[in-house]
Design a protein around this ligand. Structure first.
Ligand SMILES: [Zn+2]
Length: 123
């Protein structure tokens, strides 16, 4: 069993090769955005597209954040075990599908909005 604190310390020290040798997969640094492809420090083996839904609890490990993925997966993180960028993790297929569908819908809407704005700003 790997000691999580040790892993965090090693990751902070940049000892990624040593971690990989122990079978620990490395993510990108802490996710600073409130949404994005990410992998919680604990739990799961895939990156999901997480959206932060709560960040109003302070506990002994700092600020606690609640996350909900597009596919419905939920996660809680805190400052000692934060949400990380997806790094080398595989993306959740369900999140990918939903994101793709959403993105095409978004694109259509934003194009439409842009057209409207352009028309309105004409003298
Ligand atoms: Zn997912």
């Amino acid at each position: 069993m790997i000691d999580m604190q040790e892993v965090i310390d090693m990751a902070r020290a940049g000892k990624f090769e040593e971690l990989a040798a122990r079978g620990v997969q490395i993510t990108d640094g802490k996710l600073e955005q409130i949404e994005g492809w990410a992998k919680p420090f604990f739990g799961g083996s895939r990156a999901h597209y997480f959206i932060q839904i709560a960040a109003d609890t302070i506990g002994k490990h700092g600020r606690y954040r609640g996350w909900k993925a597009v596919c419905g997966a939920e996660a809680t993180t805190h400052d000692k075990a934060p949400m990380f960028g997806m790094g080398s993790w595989q993306r959740c297929k369900s999140c990918l599908r939903k994101r793709n569908a959403e993105r095409s819908a978004d694109a259509t809407v934003s194009l439409h909005t842009k057209d409207m704005t352009r028309q309105e700003s004409r003298p």
